[in-house]
Write a protein that binds this ligand. Structure first.
Ligand SMILES: Cc1cc2nc3c(=O)[nH]c(=O)nc-3n(C[C@H](O)[C@H](O)[C@H](O)COP(=O)(O)OP(=O)(O)OC[C@H]3O[C@@H](n4cnc5c(N)ncnc54)[C@H](O)[C@@H]3O)c2cc1C
Length: 583
């Protein structure tokens, strides 16, 4: 009997030590629902016990039901024939199992049939489902669609669509990408044109969406150009499309990994759709919110796959004997395993911190929407958490998905030649994790989204919160190293500001985000270290390794060298011109 919650002491550590009291009080409206719904908690303690129970159920289904089916799902994959997509047998069974356990309305309010759980709990659940079968998470994780309808849809839309999601009757898809619009979503061309008059508000979609996960779902959120003659983000709106005969799936992709998740090409021909929210806010407001939620989910997915890979490597290394001893006792292998474990625990702290920040932001936004008279009181906090969420979400995705790839790569290495063979699960994890730093925005795009929050000082504001809220004197040595990391980042930023060369800063953006992530993680692991001796070890191992890395980034930034983009790199590639303007 495998249970991916019970067997993961780190998730339990975090659940036992995190303070969700403000988030729970907001979401439960000070526990006002306890008289209305028998399952609503009576107080904070009750809510936390309820969270643990739900996670236990997800852990059991993941370990016992989903994981054993995953190798077969990977072999069978989703199929496509006669314009219809068929899930692999194990995928269909797993969806049914999750539906029967009432887990398809995770974050939706109870009045729509949901569980009203915070995103932080959803992140934990997604990690476990992804550890079991990364491709299933894409279908489970697309509950995000219903969350977007809840946040931005009309009351009528909420009532019509949300209970169907919560009952698991309908699945979702998020249709943004087009053949010519990937990272650059402003280029979206699909035309949502009014053919009836505006009073009736009838919209019809025409065009092609490509690479759409679960595009065969009953309900898709489709981003389309609604403003004739416009270009750029402000001409885009978001639509709810319910599947009918006016959308044809042209093909599904033959992919490297996540075989259970169908990636569809959708062709719309006068397909009727409903506008969600206001025109022109499709990309700048609704899709950004949708994508930020999905970025959290993909981060949790990468963490779950990496956890699975680490465990495979750990077990293998104990039974594989070379040179007369299990390979886990050979320092080079032991170091890989320890580094994986530390990176995973760092990733988990980062994921939960980010999820909490997003939960806080969402709660504050909702509280202001529902109680406009409290706007003045809540406005400052809402602004602060919005900034934190805007920085942490892309920074997290950049860290965890790259880390997940590295962990899977090393876990295969621990397996030696066996790791390359289909008989072992590890090769599946390596293939599955590879997509996580591509979809929902590549790492390069996450860097662009995160760097502003580092340069503007938002990151330091959050670090100052940590200092105010915690007494680090008990771990003075560790904390002084974390401070040293922070000083390196500050020094790099001062240098860049004085240099005042936009192109030079852009060249070093990825380094800045990586430095920022190491600094944040050092502080977060110091906070964890205050709660457990074991976590002191984790913090020590992380920070000791991060310090020389961050110092090396600083030295490179201080060198003033354009490196790869100046003469050296360009000559190497035979490029005739410099791509960087001279300062
Ligand atoms: C399996 C799979 C499932 C997907 N599911 C969905 C889905 O459900 N819904 C959906 O809408 N989309 C989905 N996508 C699309 C996915 O989000 C895009 O593939 C992704 O955002 C990258 O876009 P692109 O493939 O067009 O790459 P491009 O935008 O062409 O990028 C190519 C390379 O250039 C780099 N690059 C581009 N612009 C910049 C820049 N300004 N600065 C630095 N580097 C840059 C990128 O980082 C990348 O390395 C899916 C894709 C895949 C493969």
């Amino acid at each position: 009997m495998a249970n991916f919650y019970q067997d993961n002491k780190d998730i339990i550590f975090h659940l036992n030590n995190m303070d969700l009291s403000k988030i729970v009080a907001f979401r439960e409206k000070n526990f006002a629902e306890k008289t209305q719904f028998s399952e609503a908690p009576a107080d904070y303690k009750d809510a936390m016990e309820n969270f643990a129970m739900v996670l236990d159920v997800v852990g059991e289904i993941s370990g016992d039901f989903i994981a054993p089916r995953a190798p077969e799902v990977d072999k069978e994959g989703a199929e496509f024939s006669d314009g219809e997509v068929k899930y692999a047998k194990g995928t269909a069974e797993a969806i049914d199992r999750l539906r029967k356990a009432d887990l398809m309305g995770f974050t939706l309010p109870r009045r729509f049939g949901g569980l009203n759980l915070p995103k932080t709990m959803y992140s934990m659940a997604i990690e476990m489902v992804s550890r079991a079968d990364a491709s299933l998470m894409n279908i489970f994780g697309l509950q995000e669609i219903s969350e977007t309808i809840y946040r931005f849809g009309s009351e009528d839309q909420k009532e019509r669509f949300l209970p169907r999601f919560a009952r698991g009757e309908v699945m979702g898809a998020m249709a943004l990408t087009e053949p010519n619009a990937g990272s650059d979503l402003q280029a979206v061309n699909l035309k949502g044109s009014i053919i009836a008059n505006e009073k009736n508000g009838n919209w019809y979609l025409n065009g092609v969406k490509r690479f759409i996960t679960n595009g065969c779902a009953q309900i898709s959120l489709v981003m389309a150009r609604s403003e004739d003659g416009s270009s750029g983000g402000r001409g885009l709106s978001l639509f709810i499309y319910e599947r009918d005969n006016n959308m044809r799936i042209r093909r599904i992709e033959d992919k490297l990994g996540i075989h259970g998740s169908p990636t569809c090409e959708m062709q719309f021909a006068n397909a009727p759709a409903e506008l969600i929210g206001q025109r022109r806010f499709g990309l700048i407001k609704y899709t950004m919110a949708l994508m930020n939620g999905a970025r959290l989910a993909v981060s949790a997915q990468a963490l779950g796959i990496a956890e699975a890979a680490y465990r495979e490597a750990d077990i293998y290394s104990q039974s594989r004997v070379q040179f007369g001893k299990p390979i886990c006792q050979i320092p080079a292998v032991a170091e890989m395993l320890v580094n994986m474990k530390v990176a995973l625990e760092a990733g988990r702290s980062f994921l939960y911190e980010t999820s909490r920040l997003v939960d806080m932001k969402d709660c504050l936004e909702e509280a202001i929407e529902q109680n406009p008279e409290r706007k003045q009181e809540l406005h400052e906090d809402c602004k602060r958490y919005t900034k934190y969420a805007a920085l942490f979400t892309p920074a997290l995705k950049a860290y965890v998905t790259e880390m997940g790839n590295k962990v899977c790569y090393d876990a295969l290495q621990v397996h030696g030649g066996n790791g390359y063979m289909r008989d072992f699960n590890i090769e599946r994890h390596v293939r599955d994790v590879r997509i996580t730093n591509i979809y929902e925005g590549t790492t390069q795009l996450q860097v662009i989204a995160a760097v502003g929050g580092i340069v503007s000082g938002t990151l330091f504001d959050r670090l100052n919160d940590y200092v105010q809220e915690n007494d680090f004197s008990q771990i003075a040595d560790l904390y002084s190293k974390a401070q040293e990391l922070r000083r390196c980042l500050e020094q790099a930023l001062i240098y860049l500001k004085e240099k005042n060369d936009k192109a030079y800063q852009e060249y070093h953006e990825r380094r800045l985000v990586e430095m920022g992530n190491d600094v944040v993680l050092s502080y977060l692991l110091c906070i964890d270290a205050l709660k457990s001796d074991r976590k002191k070890m984790v913090a020590h191992l992380f920070i000791t390794k991060a310090l020389p890395q961050v110092q090396s980034c600083l030295n490179y930034i201080l060198s003033g060298d354009y490196g790869a983009l100046e003469f050296g790199g360009l000559v190497l590639r035979g490029c005739p011109k410099q791509v960087i303007p001279q300062a």
